[in-house]
Design a protein around this ligand. Structure first.
Ligand SMILES: C[S@@+](CC[C@H](N)C(=O)[O-])C[C@H]1O[C@@H](n2cnc3c(N)ncnc32)[C@H](O)[C@@H]1O
Length: 272
């Protein structure tokens, strides 16, 4: 179990190390859409201390700094941290593990993790860590994708793999990607970690990508687990998956752009 979690962590880390710029280009305008709901959920105000966990290119940290908070962003990928430092001058970013934060207990008034929890081998540990580093009365919020029936970009790629490829490939096993796409599981996770008054709200989001192969390229070149699934397919199968995805995108295409509904859940709780 611990060995599996370690293998999964290494797989994720190796993946994120390679794709900061690609992730920023493909996903930046999408994951930015949950920033304000997250900051509202933790009631972030000027003068507060705020931790952005799994900060990636630092979008949440930068928005929190704009609200006047004192901010730290933490990510386990040195390449992601360097990317965030370039993109968000004046905001502090450090290497660090969401499952074992090096911050002192009770340090922050608020913390958030934007689309980070679904990349963790041991998300329960990260929830405990978020709880630990907050002061009493501090709030934590995290976001996750809704299920693939609703997040059309994931639905299209996963269906194409089901239809033409091999959905069960040899990859280090992590927790189910859509585990927290269930509001009840979000609430359960928050309560088990010690949070009170858990709340979950849906955020409607739209993903704009280049028509044609924009979605295929984003999934293959700018993700980790989904990219692993695609890259493990035979080349001839991958061609069929790409064609299937192109066809499925037709109804979402306007000129040279596709617009895909990609709703998210924002879950939050307070430390007593
Ligand atoms: C989907 S990206 C989210 C980035 C950013 N929060 C955003 O708003 O777009 C996931 C991020 O989680 C980071 N990550 C994954 N596992 C981590 C861990 N155990 N500790 C810290 N960061 C982690 C990755 O390096 C990556 O930057």
């Amino acid at each position: 179990m611990i060995l599996e979690a370690e293998k999964f962590r290494s797989f994720e880390l190796a993946g994120w190390q390679k794709i900061p710029a690609g992730y920023h280009d493909a996903f930046g305008s999408l994951t930015a859409q949950t920033i304000e709901p997250l900051l509202d959920a933790v009631r972030l105000k000027k003068g507060m201390t705020f931790l952005d966990i799994a900060s990636g290119p630092g979008y949440v940290a930068a928005a929190a700094a704009k609200r006047g908070a004192t901010v730290l962003g933490v990510d386990f990928s040195a390449a992601m941290v360097a990317h965030a430092q370039r993109l968000q001058p004046g905001v502090e970013f450090r290497e660090g593990d969401a499952e074992a934060l090096s911050c002192a207990s009770g340090l922050f008034d608020a913390a958030a993790m934007n689309f980070g929890i679904l990349h963790l081998g041991q998300p329960e540990k990260a929830l405990l860590e978020a709880h630990r580093v907050l002061r009493s009365g501090g709030r934590f919020a995290f976001s996750v994708w809704a299920k693939p029936q609703e997040t059309i970009g994931f639905g299209i790629v996963l269906r194409a793999v089901e239809l033409h490829g091999e959905p069960r490939v040899e990859l280090p096993e992590g927790p189910p990607f859509f585990r927290y796409s269930d509001p009840a599981e979000c609430q359960r996770g928050l309560i088990v970690a010690g949070f009170e008054s858990p709340g979950v709200a849906k955020v409607q989001q739209l993903w704009r990508l280049a028509a044609g192969d924009g979605l295929f390229n984003a999934m293959k070149d700018s993700t980790v687990r989904t990219a692993g699934l695609l890259r493990a397919q035979k080349p001839s199968v991958l061609d069929k998956i790409r064609d299937e995805m192109r066809a499925a995108l037709a109804q979402y295409t306007r000129g040279d752009v596709v617009e895909l509904p990609m709703p998210a859940w924002v879950a939050s709780g307070v430390k007593a």
